[in-house]
Write a new protein. Structure first.
Length: 94
């Protein structure tokens, strides 16, 4: 249960950081899919599964990071520190 909570928490923090331009480098698990949505401020709403109203928030976080000039690396899950869906190095404290 804690691994699942950590996965969602990390994605939620990374989503806000990417939206605000705080991400310098982002590592994303190329095999991970987290369905949900992000609003304009980076707030995450997780979905129970894929649907016509949700999308992969990992991809959207990566897109937002790229738009703000971040370096985004797609890697296997084992290469991500902490074993999460993604990991970010921030430009400044967030």
């Amino acid at each position: 249960m804690q691994a699942v909570l950590a996965r969602y928490c990390c994605a939620a923090v990374a989503a806000r950081a990417a939206t605000c331009g705080a991400v310098q480098t982002l590592l994303v698990d190329i095999d991970e899919v987290l369905p949900g949505t992000l609003d304009d401020e980076g707030a995450v709403t997780f979905a129970d599964g894929p649907s016509s109203t949700s999308y992969d928030i990992i991809d959207e976080i990566a897109r937002r990071a790229l738009v703000t000039g971040a370096r985004v690396l797609g890697v296997r899950g084992a290469a991500i520190p902490g074993g999460g869906s993604l990991a970010a190095i921030l430009r400044y404290p967030f």
